[in-house]
Ligand binder design. Structure first.
Ligand code: BTN
Length: 232
């Protein structure tokens, strides 16, 4: 276990999912905030039951914290796309945030975030495609990496530390994050389709307010409760 800033960090080589590893550490009494990274995941999980391809070369980590209640946790899970986007920008990329909390370069996904609330804890898992030079056939047209975008190989420790510094800014001043976050979100003025409380809706996004409600021509919908968001 190493210390960086306020975090205890455990670096592992091959695990099923870093989200599970961090939960086990917290349940065994390790005090949050704690971070687990892995070189590779055999059962990397994405949102909505998807898998997250986690071959060597990517950065896979989870942050374990004490839960602060459903609303605060949900907001943090959505806004964690901000430190990811700021980190990518720091290394010279031009990211955008796709609702709810995916990070894209152009029309390809470079990072995904999976928040889970278990027991008294909030676990935020982040996958960033860093040095991969290719992806399996089923996602090769949908995914990109920092290497593919820039032709450069990056130090994943350095990226983790840059991310954690940006994440601290988010935790310490969540109210200041909205203005920075909304600039990365690329859907205002566009049409979108998504599922909300079991209904699939197609509408035009007019704005996003500070409580992270999408304001649309069909009403207001909170981002936390939206599934399958597609820009049209
Ligand atoms: C998504 O876009 O659907 C979310 C992907 C989240 C992937 C990360 S990688 C580290 C952590 N461990 C997991 O099993 N998933 C998250």
């Amino acid at each position: 276990m190493i210390n960086f800033d306020r975090y205890k960090i455990m670096k592992l080589t091959k695990v099923e999912s870093t989200n599970d590893e961090v939960l086990n550490l917290l349940l065994s009494g390790v005090k949050p905030p704690v971070v687990v990274t892995a070189e590779e995941q055999t059962g990397g999980r994405g949102r909505a039951g998807h898998k997250w391809v986690s071959k060597p070369g990517g950065l896979y980590f989870s942050i374990g914290m004490r839960s602060k209640g459903l609303k605060t946790d949900s907001k943090l899970i959505v806004l964690t796309s901000l430190p990811v986007a700021e980190t990518l920008r720091y290394y010279g990329l031009n990211p955008r945030i796709k609702i709810p909390n995916d990070v894209y370069i152009g029309d390809k996904k470079i990072s995904g975030i999976l928040g889970e609330r278990k027991s008294d804890f909030l676990i935020i898992g982040v996958g960033i495609n860093v040095n991969q030079d290719s992806f399996p056939d089923e996602i090769k047209n949908l995914a990109t990496s920092m290497f593919i975008e820039t032709g450069k190989v990056f130090d994943r420790n350095d990226i983790l530390y840059t991310f954690l510094k940006e994440f601290n800014r988010l935790i310490d001043s969540p109210d200041l994050a909205y203005d920075r976050w909304v600039k990365y979100v690329s859907v205002i003025g566009k049409k979108a389709r998504f599922t909300y409380k079991g209904n699939t809706l197609t509408c035009e996004i007019k704005a996003i307010d500070k409580d992270l409600n999408l304001e649309t021509d069909m009403g207001k919908f909170n981002i936390y409760e939206i599934f399958g968001f597609e820009e049209l």
